[in-house]
Design a protein. Structure first.
Length: 231
């Protein structure tokens, strides 16, 4: 599944940018608070406004402090997937349950330097694992291939039945790096500049999705279910 990131769109025309990718699977929305990461982007009022201008499922990635307090309103506002950082959550189990009770999928993100192993049991509570392939905070960074073993381990556990979730990658995803991410086991791909800096964003979405599809191992993969639920 392709989730174009509005972080690379024109912030003065976010609704138009959303309409430019009607063929996307999800629309990725990066929320940053200038505390958890050294950047400030958009918040809940903008997400609420976007919800009224696009039918695409909103994939809200909250790079914020105290997500236990601030994340549930995103789910209550109609976000399809709400992802919080394990490095910031005080009670990630309860937070996942709260997000699900509000009607959203619950996502857990890990920074490039955060190991996956301590949180494998915790991921049973979540619908999405977001593996950051850049340091969170800014768009336009280079893909960090060294984090792909985390993607492979998550995919192995999904295939073995120990976990049931989407494996999402975010950061530096383009026509070249998406192949490595797909081969490693990702099934949701966040792409910013590769989509919104293209001459035709919708065509870029189709092209990236196809490159990911042909790179995916066929065994035990999720390739974009129509109901948007983890397989």
């Amino acid at each position: 599944m392709l989730a174009p990131s509005l972080l690379s769109a024109d912030f003065a025309r976010l609704a138009d940018s959303a309409l430019a990718v009607p063929n996307a699977d999800w629309l990725h929305v990066d929320v940053m608070d200038n505390h958890f990461v050294p950047n400030l982007t958009i918040g809940l009022p903008v997400v609420q406004s976007l919800r009224g201008h696009t039918e695409l499922p909103l994939d809200c990635h909250l790079m914020i402090d105290d997500p236990d307090r601030w994340a549930p309103p995103y789910a209550e506002s109609g976000a399809h997937n709400v992802t919080v950082h394990v490095e910031a959550a005080a009670d990630p189990v309860q937070l996942a349950r709260t997000l699900r009770a509000a009607g959203a999928l619950a996502g857990l993100a890990v920074k490039p330097g955060t190991p996956l192993e301590p949180y494998l049991d915790l991921l049973r509570e979540y619908d999405t694992l977001l593996v950051m392939t850049v340091e969170p905070g800014f768009g336009g960074q280079e893909f960090i291939a060294e984090v792909l073993p985390k993607v492979r381990e998550a995919r192995r556990r999904v295939q073995s039945g120990h976990l049931r979730l989407f494996v999402e990658v975010d950061g530096g995803v383009n026509a070249e790096t998406i192949c490595a991410a797909a081969e490693a086991g990702a099934d949701v791909f966040v792409a910013g500049s590769a989509v919104f800096h293209a001459e035709d964003p919708a065509k870029a979405v189709d092209a990236l999705r196809e490159r990911a599809r042909v790179s995916m191992s066929p065994a035990g993969r999720v390739s974009g279910p129509s109901d948007g639920q983890p397989g």
